[in-house]
Write a protein that binds this ligand. Sequence first.
Ligand SMILES: NC(=O)c1ccc[n+]([C@@H]2O[C@H](COP(=O)([O-])OP(=O)(O)OC[C@H]3O[C@@H](n4cnc5c(N)ncnc54)[C@H](O)[C@@H]3O)[C@@H](O)[C@H]2O)c1
Length: 447
Amino acid sequence: MNAEQKKMVIKKHKGKLAILTPGMGAVATTLYAGVEAIKAGLEKPIGSYTQMGKIRLGKRSENRSSVVKDMVSLAPLDDIVFGGWDIFHDNAYEAAAKAEVVNKNLLEKIKSPLEKIRPMSAVFDSNYIKNINGENKKTYKTKMEAADLLRADIKNFISKNGCDRAVMVWCASTEAYNPIQDVHKSLKKFEEGLRNNDPKISPSQIYTYAALMEGVPYVNGSPNVSVEIPALQELALETSTPIGGSDFKTGQTLMKTIVAPGLKNRVLGVQGWFSTNILGNRDGEVLDDPESFKSKEISKGGVLSDIFNASEYPDLYKNLYHKIRINYYPPRGDNKESWDNIDIFGWLGEAMQIKINFLCKDSILAAPVVLDLALFIDLAKRAEMKGIQEWLSFYLKAPLAAEGLRPINDLSLQLLKLENTLRFFANEELINHLGLVHYGIEEEIEN
Ligand SMILES: NC(=O)c1ccc[n+]([C@@H]2O[C@H](COP(=O)([O-])OP(=O)(O)OC[C@H]3O[C@@H](n4cnc5c(N)ncnc54)[C@H](O)[C@@H]3O)[C@@H](O)[C@H]2O)c1
């Protein structure tokens, strides 16, 4: 530990942790199924940094490292209980079978625990999600009443399942674009809006409000504007609850935040970046509605403008043209294929091109991200951290940052921040990779 470093005392995990997901579709059921398969010893937690990632500790000369889950007190997989809400009645086994992500043979082996996960009835508004509808919905007179029903669900779930605490991660569909308006600007106005059924309050905002009122940490895995609004950020601080968002960083955007920082670091110019993809799952169907697509376009779009800072590098990026297309194409199901064409230029202004063709499995990439986010946001709560958790940006497409700060989108910088936060939690020395001792300069700060 560095001499001036504050010593952290974090409540240790105990009992059971409820991971609650609004939405029991492809991503959520791939998560549940994966965790059950790992618990049964059938699979390994590939893609999960908390379960398989290692972190270097101390000076390089110490040759010390730890698996992340052994370094900080995280809930072990055996202590996780899953619950969710959906507009469809399918239990998690049926929903996973319909999503066709998890291999059928494997799914049969974990049928029994998955069948027990039955969706609680949803708070749904077809003004916000147009292309799908279902029967498993709550009835209520006001949006405040809807929030109260969700709060009761959370409390009942925790007590029925003997859980010590809960976290909520939004895994439901992308809602129509809902920009921040007056009703979103303060908690007082928002609560008035809930009582008056303000049409600008979306279901995802109601779930977030319910979670935060219960002191349940919340992560937004979609591009919805929910925990992003000032009213709910105010509530997170008031209830000392950690929050994170927005939108899981998985396929094409993950690749962008790996490639783009490299180009910028080598001071290469970029004239255009055209990203298109085809996907045929229910997420793709919802995104086929222009209003839902708009939400996604915005969360995907900010990444490049943040990494290629045109005001700092006008010669390299002022003309950057960034175009994103998502095409619903049912034959591919969850197997998304994306193409990126990147027009770059270098020394003497010479033009070059990069092509990336990623044949990915959307929910296979997303499931371990949800697991890590859930375990880390629970850790944040036990560390008494509240409000936006920027150290979780590593997992998010449009990371939230404190007011007045630019979000960090570069994946390697996000990892540095994540690793140092974990070292800080574990009262380990923070590492700046300076390594001065090798030049005979200063042994003390060698790291
Ligand atoms: N798969 C990825 O790689 C990825 C990456 C980033 C973000 N996301 C986001 O994650 C979310 C889930 O993706 P998915 O592929 O599982 O989608 P999905 O369509 O398979 O599942 C979403 C589920 O949410 C349900 N739902 C819709 N509105 C609801 C509400 N108000 N309350 C409760 N349930 C509701 C739907 O019925 C559906 O079953 C989407 O918002 C998507 O944009 C996914």
